[in-house]
Each structure stands twice: as C-alpha cells, then as structure tokens.
Design a protein around this ligand. Structure first.
Ligand code: NCD
Length: 312
C-alpha cells in the first residue's frame, strides 16, 4: 500500500487492506501517543488544521498527533477569524493554505467540502467531518476501539443508535463495518433513520443491516452499542429537534440486559445520551476510544506524509 500523498475524503478512499495496515501501525504508535516513547517521523512537516466548525477531540487529537511526531500545526479554529468572513471562497482559502503546509485537515459544515478542498489543494487533504457527509478518521479510531476490544472486525454485531440521518460518524462507520463483515442493527428515533441511499451503499458492500426500534431487544446479543448525539445543528426546524431530543438514554439498568462484554462507544461529545453512571462500568469504551484518536491519526498522517515507499 502507499497512502503517500493521497487525499482521504471518505472511508471509501481506503481499501480494507489499507485500513488494516493503518490499524496495525496505530497499535505500534500507542507508546508514542502516551508519550512513553519518542520518535519524530514528521519532523519539519507542517500540517494545517482548517476547522470551520466546532471541534474539541478531532482537532486536538490531530494536533497532539502532529506535535508528538515532531511536526508543527497551522491552525484555523474559528472560521469567523478568517477571510471567509470577507467573502473569500473555500476554494481560495484552501488553495492558499496548500502552499503553506504539507497536508490539510479540514472540517466544514457543508457536505462535499472536503472533496472541494482536495480539488483546490495540491497537498493531501484529510476530511475531519463534512456536514452530514463523512468522518473517515473517526471511523478508523472506532474500528481501532472495536479491534482492541474483540481482536477482530468480522462477525461482530453492532447496534448503531441515535441520529443516523445527520450523523456523519455513522455514515462512515456503517460502510466500513459492512466491508469487514460485521452485522448492523439500526435504532433511530422517528425521522432520524439512516437515509435509503446510505443503506443501499452498505448492502452493496455486502453488509447485513436490520432495524430494531426496541433498544432493549437490539442490545440483547450485541457486541457493541455505538451511541450518537442528535445533531441539533443540522436541523432546519428547531421544533423538529425538540420532538426527538432526549428520546434515548443509556443507563446501568438498560445495560443489565446486555452481554457482559458489550462495549458502549460514542464519538463524543455526549449531550445526555449516556448516563455518567455508565462511566465506571466495564461497558464504557468511549474515553478509550477518544484516546485512540491520537495513535490512529499519527499512523494516518505518517502514511500520508511519510516518505514514499520505494517504487510506490
Ligand atoms: C462527532 C462529529 O463531529 O461528527 N464528533 C467527533 O468528531 N468526535 C460527533 C458529534 O459531533 O456528534
């Protein structure tokens, strides 16, 4: 595989083998992410963080990954402070940025913006979330979390709960899980089901998908429960959001009916979907998941920015 110089705008940009290689490299990078070992494969490299939408974990874990590997970041953390406010197009902003940095990580509220950025940039572009579209690096760390817990990504039964309509993390993750041969059970409040074209895409990737509105039933023999936040910021009509707000909450009582080894995942931030009482239980995997963002993003950046393989 050579990911050198490649854009990663969708999880579909990576083959199953490439994903496996990134996850294997990420496992080796855990001590670097923890700071117990030091290596600087990104020395003298500059990575631009172009974040036009709020972010905590994604931006900071990308920055931690770059800096622990010896590189440096140029960061836009507030779209309001850029020339976009003066009417500059995203295309121009990214084109200019690509002459300042060796790679660009972008988050933007519009679906398709990462692809547009990739056209504007002659440096690799990594999508850190484009509206309700894709969030491929989140998927890589979600897969790393599952693999660490179960030693495999095949034959698992995963419940995807929450906002499956607007949630970009599930759009990327569902596709990848289907490719790896895991089974998906979808549980969504009314109006927030996975869009038909996404389920179609998953079925084409060979995925087994079913719907189970009853959460207790859905989790009974599941290996993982992937909880998502209702994406309030994507609703056109606030009253539609209020109808579904608070419609599900994971607590210890609910988990009593699950396998002892079931893990609860969440891309975070949570906004009341998981009761804090779940945190100290062995089910809670979401903070480990947030940590794994660092070694996974280290592995991806090193592959994209690192020296090209001989002949590759
Ligand atoms: C997610 C996102 O931005 O899509 N957060 C993240 O990157 N960890 C999920 C969310 O905001 O609900």
């Amino acid at each position: 595989m050579s990911l050198h110089g490649r854009d990663i705008t969708s999880i579909r940009d990576l083959s199953r083998e490439e994903i496996e290689e990134i996850l294997a490299a990420a496992r080796k990078m855990i001590p670097l992410a923890e700071g117990t070992k030091v290596a600087h494969p990104l020395l003298e490299r500059i990575v631009a963080m172009a974040f036009f939408e709020p972010s905590t974990r994604t931006r900071l874990s990308f920055e931690a990954a770059v800096q622990r590997l010896g590189g440096r970041c140029l960061t836009i953390a507030d779209a309001g402070a850029t020339s976009l406010r003066k009417g500059e197009s995203l295309y121009d902003t990214i084109r200019m940025l690509s002459s300042y940095a060796d790679a660009i990580v972008i988050r933007h509220p519009n679906e398709g913006s990462a692809r547009l950025a990739a056209r504007a940039s002659d440096r690799p572009v990594i999508n850190a979330g484009d509206g309700s579209g894709q969030h491929p690096t989140q998927t890589l760390l979600d897969l790393a979390t599952l693999q660490e817990a179960f030693g495999t990504l095949t034959g698992l039964k995963i419940v995807l709960l929450g906002d499956l309509k607007y949630g970009r993390t599930v759009h990327s993750l569902a596709y990848a899980l289907a490719e790896f041969g895991s089974e998906l059970v979808l549980t969504a409040p009314p109006g927030l089901k996975l869009p038909e074209e996404r389920s179609e895409e998953i079925r084409r990737a060979g995925g087994r998908v079913s719907e189970e509105p009853d959460l207790r039933k859905a989790i009974r023999d599941a290996d993982a429960l992937y909880v998502t936040r209702i994406q309030k910021e994507r609703f056109v009509d606030e009253s539609e959001f209020r109808k579904v707000a608070g419609s599900y909450r994971i607590d210890v009582d609910l988990l009593a009916g699950a396998k002892p080894r079931l893990i609860v995942m969440h891309p975070l931030p949570r906004a009341g979907e998981i009761a804090p009482e779940v945190d100290p239980t062995p089910h809670a995997a979401y903070f480990r998941q947030a940590f794994l963002a660092v070694p996974v993003r280290m592995a991806l950046l090193t592959a994209v920015l690192g020296p090209a393989k001989r002949g590759g």
